[in-house]
Design a protein around this ligand. Structure first.
Ligand SMILES: [Zn+2]
Length: 473
């Protein structure tokens, strides 16, 4: 068995409040982290914030505050997600942490020593919304398709470049050797096709006179690092790299999770950077889909942004977690609305799980029987296989099928007409099923799972307040 397991989310850019798109990514990561913990591994679960770059600098200026004050305020909102969503995060890192800045500079020097950094004059179109260079083929009507309301910036300056082109073959070999390197398969194919077409060296610095808000390039105080170059290094600076070699070796390489707009950065740019620095590549990259609301991308101007806090206020912590990870396959785009969420909550939690648990507890209490404690041995293989495949929707379907089976058997056997041993046999079987359900719900609904485990631990089983109150649409 592998000793440790490390998973990291992307570092969200702190120019906006956390929205449910990132909540979806981080809850997905939490399910994976908790699952590996239950498998007996020591788990490192990293998240944090990306705090440099032009967009943040411009917005701090517009608000007339120091960039550091601006990022401090916003980083806190992301850190607050940890208690809000009951996340088992072990590492929270910010790219303005002094340790991260040192790590980014040490990483730069390694790439430089390996001959992968050079200076050249160049001209490019740049989307501040993405903090990415754009080629004409990326654009629609000469605008970034993800940020059609932003004017593209034109850059012409002398910058440092990273010799990305040098890693084309090595990247293709990495993908070829690891057929599940990027999931889902469609994204794996997409990255292979992107790298196969030929990759260009990319700029990794900016003139400090134009952008003072960044990590200074070692040995050249006229330039700061390009925000992506510094931000990607956060995956390992979180583990204390380069100083804390013990922690780094204990956890790295690890798994990454990212939204589909991050595919190239995570699975190609960052992997080439690791190769250049002589460090092991990430083990796997899970790409998740986007969430839209009523068929439209969430945006402040449309007024359709759903915040994690609003969801928790309405559905509770575990209700929110259930809704986020059970909307469909993690890798697909998902469209939600408040109405749809309420229906799913009522069907799955108030009527489904909550109702079955309440029925069995009541029957057990009325029977007066003892149910000796007995712990499930682990995940059922079907549930485990779906978890290993990151198909949480299917794992939950198996668990919910068990609940449906119990309900059907209650209807079929009419336990209220049974007595003595006949009743005890039935109830004991159903209690065992619910203990299994409680165990398997731990990665998904950690607090609810603990309630079920404690309620059904035995020997006496009693009715308790309902787990999930029914909501009005
Ligand atoms: Zn853009």
């Amino acid at each position: 068995m592998e000793k440790n397991f490390y998973i990291t989310t992307t570092a969200p850019y702190v120019n906006a409040e956390p929205h449910i798109g990132f909540a979806f990514e981080i809850v997905t990561a939490d399910v994976i982290a908790r699952y590996h913990h239950l498998l007996g591994k020591k788990v490192g679960f990293n998240t944090g914030t990306d705090e440099h770059g032009l967009k943040i600098y411009q917005e701090a200026l517009a608000k007339n505050v120091e960039p550091q004050v601006y990022v401090d305020t916003n980083a806190k909102k992301f850190k607050d997600l940890i208690p809000l969503l009951n996340l088992s995060v072990t590492h929270f890192n910010r790219t303005t942490n002094p340790h991260h800045i040192e790590a980014a500079q040490a990483f730069w020097l390694r790439c430089d020593k390996n001959g992968d950094i050079y200076k050249k004059n160049y001209k490019t179109k740049y989307c501040v919304g993405c903090e990415l260079e754009k080629t004409d083929s990326d654009l629609v009507n000469n605008r970034c398709p993800l940020h059609p309301n932003r004017q593209l910036e034109m850059y012409e300056e002398e910058n440092y470049f990273f010799r990305f082109s040098r890693y084309q073959k090595k990247l293709l070999k990495l993908y070829e050797d690891n057929p599940r390197y990027v999931l889902p398969e469609s994204k794996y194919k997409e990255i292979i096709s992107f790298v196969s077409r030929g990759i260009n060296d990319f700029s990794i610095s900016r003139l400090k006179s134009k952008l003072p808000w960044g990590v200074e390039v070692p040995g050249d105080n006229s330039q700061v690092m390009y925000v992506w170059f510094d931000a990607l290094i956060y995956y390992i600076s979180s583990l204390g790299w380069p100083k804390d070699t013990k922690q780094f070796k204990a956890y790295w390489p690890g798994m990454q999770i990212a939204g589909k707009d991050n595919l190239r950065q995570q699975s190609a740019m960052w992997q080439a950077m690791l190769m250049s620095a002589g460090l092991p590549n990430s083990t796997q990259i899970l790409i998740n889909g986007f969430i839209s609301v009523n068929g439209q991308k969430m945006s402040k101007s449309l007024g359709n942004v759903i915040s994690p806090q609003e969801m928790v206020d309405r559905f509770g912590v575990d209700g929110t977690r259930y809704l986020l990870v059970n909307l469909g396959p993690v890798h697909e785009d998902i469209d939600i609305s408040w109405d749809k969420l309420v229906v799913r909550y009522n069907n799955g939690l108030a009527n489904g799980l909550g109702n079955t648990v309440a029925r069995i507890a009541k029957l057990c209490q009325q029977s007066g029987f003892d149910f000796p404690p007995d712990t499930p041995p682990g995940f059922r293989s079907q549930v485990k296989n779906h978890l290993d495949d990151f198909r949480f929707d299917r794992a939950l379907e198996v668990i919910w099928q068990t609940l449906k089976d119990i309900d059907q058997k209650i209807e079929g056997t009419k336990p209220w007409q049974l007595k003595g041993q006949a009743l005890k046999i039935k109830l004991t079987a159903w209690v065992a099923h619910l203990r299994q359900v409680g165990y398997e719900l731990q990665p998904f609904l950690p607090a609810t799972a603990q309630k079920i485990i404690h309620q059904f631990i035995g020997p006496k089983i009693e009715s308790k307040a309902s787990l999930f109150p029914r909501l009005n649409p």
